[in-house]
Design a protein around this ligand. Structure first.
Ligand code: DAT
Ligand code: MG
Length: 151
């Protein structure tokens, strides 16, 4: 059980469909805490850097065009096993293979319009947070306060 940070993106299709609040709420109510949040338009250089591992694949150019097509929200979420927890909430890459109850299954059908990004490892999270929050000092949450207990 490790305290981790992960990068999420609310991608252009989710923004255009007015689903940003719904998507953020799903991460938030699971217990992941926001430590960074910004609205931005990704340019080609940033897109190529973020999706560098996919360069050369047949869908790469379409992916860059899509992610640069409208403003997105980038967020850093913190929590126990945050990387895996966020991926679980998102669902599988292909919406038709994602489990019901996940964001990608509940709101999408097309792999090229799958609404959200989430880092796939802590190493990816570090790399991606550095791209989207370069030079920003992200706050942290105090954890020395007991949660309420229902007796
Ligand atoms: P994930 O976003 O689940 O980490 P990935 O890193 O393999 O998935 O791919 C990055 C994004 O690229 C993915 O969210 C959607 C797009 N993509 C992946 N495979 C694709 C394909 N076969 N055709 C079209 N787009 C694809
Ligand atoms: Mg990925």
């Amino acid at each position: 059980m490790a305290l981790e940070r992960t990068l999420i993106l609310i991608k252009p299709d989710a923004m255009q469909r007015g689903l940003a609040g719904e998507i953020l709420a799903r991460f938030e109510r699971r217990g992941l805490r926001m430590v960074g949040l910004r609205l931005l338009k990704v340019d080609r250089d940033m897109a190529r850097q973020h999706y560098g591992e996919h360069e050369g694949k047949p869908f790469f150019n379409g992916l860059v065009k899509y992610i640069t097509s409208s403003p997105i929200i980038a967020g850093v979420l913190e929590g126990t096993n945050a990387v895996a927890a966020a991926r679980q909430i998102m669902g599988a890459t292909r919406p038709t293979e994602a489990a019901p109850g996940t964001i990608r299954a509940d709101f999408g059908l097309e792999v090229g319009r799958n609404l959200v990004h989430g880092s796939d490892s802590t190493a990816s999270a570090r790399r991606e947070i550095a791209i989207f929050f370069a030079g920003e000092r992200l706050p942290t949450w105090k954890r020395d306060v007991d949660p309420w207990v229902f007796e």
